[in-house]
Each structure stands twice: as structure tokens, then as C-alpha cells.
Design a protein around this ligand. Sequence first.
Ligand code: DX5
Ligand code: ZN
Length: 241
Amino acid sequence: MPSEAPNTMSTPQAATARIAPSILSADFARLGEEVRNVVDAGADWIHFDVMDNHYVPNLTIGPMVCAAIRPHVQAPIDVHLMVEPVDALVPQFAKAGADIITFHPEASRHVDRTLSLIRDNGCKAGLVFNPATSLSYMDYVMDKLDVVLLMSVNPGFGGQSFIPSTLDKLRQARARIERWTQEGGQPILLEVDGGVKVDNIAEIRAAGADTFVAGSAIFGKPDYRAVITALRAQIAIGQAS
Ligand code: DX5
Ligand code: ZN
């Protein structure tokens, strides 16, 4: 398990913001080096996008690639499953060294069961909400969530533009999570994925996100450290607002 697991935090809002570079935009021919470099540059997690050419119209990487990068970094590997069905891949990714596994509720026939399956395999569990997916999927499974991930683009590709309505949805998700933790529930991270850049991350933080996926913003630039430092500076501005 990672040295810094989501459940070790007091409250998500109080926690240090996490930056999770998406390796979808990394150089796949040099993936081990890429993940080492981005963690050395200050990344907190490695975001690992799994696409199946069925749930989404793209095809990426699976458990074998997760196992291949696992020895290169200590940082938690955050596996984002854009696959349908979900369950068969959960034990495979747990075995491959995943720390966090999130999935889209529309892609699992039994959402509660899939969340339990992820935790039973020793990973942190989360639901991913597409731009048009209702947050009501959270209602009866709050106790089984370690992470809520809001998509700020339609899943399938890197390099898309941030959908502005995500800001309001983040505020709604944050309110639900705060209510839950104030009533004694476990901490739940609020992650955002898609189109996150230096010039919009402050308002995304201000809307309530605490964990930020960024693919093209980081891997599209030569100096990963410079981008991550700039993202953190903007997060601090957003946090103060
Ligand atoms: C999209 C993926 C994202 C994507 C983010 O389906 O889930 O993780 O790689 O890439 P950027 O930051 O370029 O939008
Ligand atoms: Zn993703």
C-alpha cells in the first residue's frame, strides 16, 4: 500500500492537495522513466487511464503495464477504469500494484458490490462521474467510497477542454462529502480529471477539488517540475479564495 493512503487524512479539505499526472499523455516508449521523472518533479500520484474501446472509444493500457511501472515509483497508482464490465479487472489491477481503483457506475451492474470488491482486494475505492452523470449514485454507498472523481471532460481522450459546469458539480459534491464527514463518516477525496491547467486550477480548487489529474498540461511540457510548481502555486491561490 502507498505510504500516503487517502484514509490517513483528517479531512479532505484540510489535506494537502494532490497532483496526479495522467500517463495517457506520457511517452509510452519510455514509461518507467516518465513516471520516475514526474514523481521526482513533485507528483503525488500516478493516474493510470484504462480504456477498452467499448465503454469509451479508445484503447490504452492494462494490468501488465501497471505491473511494469510499479517498481519504478513509490507513489500511489490511481487506476481509472473506463471499461465495461468492471469486476474482472479489479483483482488483476490489485495484483499489478494499483493503490486506488475508480470506475464509472454506469459500467457496473452492481455498483455496491464492485466498490466492496475493490476494498476487499486491498485498494481504495472510488466512483467516477461523467459530466452528465448524476451525483445521486453516491447516495447509498458513501461508506464505501474513498474517492469521488468528477470528469471535467467526456472520457476517452487527453487534451480536451475543461467543461465549466464541472465547477458547480464540484461544489455540490464537496457539500455532500462535508456533510458526510461532519456526521462522522470517513474521509472521501474529491478528484477532478480533464482539461486541468495552470490557468484554471485555482478556480477548480476553490470549487472544492483536493486531487487534480493533469495529463497534457504536464507531459506536454518539457519541464515537469516547472508545471507542477506552477499548478501548486495556483492551488494555493484557489485555496485562499
Ligand atoms: C480522459 C482521461 C484523463 C485524461 C486527462 O478520459 O481520464 O485522465 O488523460 O488528460 P488532460 O489533462 O490532457 O485533459
Ligand atoms: Zn483519467
